[in-house]
Write a protein that binds this ligand. Structure first.
Ligand code: PGA
Length: 252
């Protein structure tokens, strides 16, 4: 009932030419594809050229971040309008690398989500616990805190449009995936908490992706879990074949 969504987060990788060549490869595979939403998030420098390649295909464009102001003296930043202008339909907000390396707070994420929605784009909001927090039994507490703060002030119609990406930080880029059961447990918790924040209808609608060392050989088991609606893929999205296999195995 919830449409699967597989997104590739390319992070700080690929020149424009390299990005275009991946886009061309993926377009061959997913020119028309109706079984899932397929999103790629190249670096800012490649967005425009990648968009030219995929514009007539079923693949959609996303950005990895942006600033919450519309325009002005914010050296180095990119506005939501600029992203929309180059064809972005999705924007990742609050990735753990933004939070941990660049000091992004839940208040920042909240402002970003608001303006992404205002511009008619879809936010992919990342939440997840550190290893130490998991080991101390704090996973659910962390998820609750992030959900409450990141979604603060949102009406249920707005919240239902947000894609939540559950990314346990200890599983990102480490080769250590959460087991399907661990993923399901957190996803269920997130969905139940969304029901507490809003209502059942919203919690049933909201899509929750898993992220953290997703690969062609573990995606099917993850997707088999009731509350896993897709994946946010880092490393394995940088190669046409592995990302293709992930998308194909996700909907098998
Ligand atoms: P990974 O990254 O697939 O390389 O673990 C996931 C992410 O950070 O979104």
């Amino acid at each position: 009932m919830r449409r699967p969504i597989i997104a590739g987060n390319w992070k700080m990788n690929k020149t424009v030419d390299e990005a275009v060549s991946i886009a061309v490869g993926l377009k061959r595979k997913f020119y028309t594809f109706s079984e899932a939403d397929v999103v790629i998030c190249p670096p800012f420098t490649a967005l425009s050229k990648v968009h030219e390649q995929i514009v007539d295909s079923s693949i959609m464009l996303g950005a990895q971040d942006m600033y919450w102001e519309e325009s002005g003296a914010f050296t180095g930043e990119i506005s939501p309008g600029m992203l929309k202008d180059v064809g972005c339909r999705y924007v990742i907000a609050g990735h753990s690398e933004r939070r941990n390396i660049f000091g992004e707070t839940d208040e920042d994420v909240n402002k970003k989500l608001k303006i992404i929605l205002k511009h008619g784009m879809i936010p992919i909001m990342c939440i997840g616990e550190q290893l130490e927090e998991r080991d101390n039994g704090m996973t659910f507490e962390i998820l609750e805190k992030q959900l409450t703060r990141d979604l603060k002030g949102f009406a249920k119609e707005q919240a239902a449009r947000v894609i939540i990406a559950y990314e346990p930080i200890w599983a990102i880029g480490t080769g250590r995936t959460a087991t399907p059961q661990q993923a399901q447990e957190s996803h269920r918790y997130i969905r139940d908490f969304v029901e507490r924040l809003y209502d059942r209808e919203t919690s049933v609608k909201i899509r929750i992706q898993y992220g953290g060392s997703v690969k062609p050989d573990n995606i099917a088991q993850l997707m088999a879990q009731e509350d896993v609606d897709g994946a946010l893929v880092g490393g394995a999205s940088l190669d046409v074949n592995s990302f293709t296999e992930i998308v194909e195995n996700a909907v098998k």
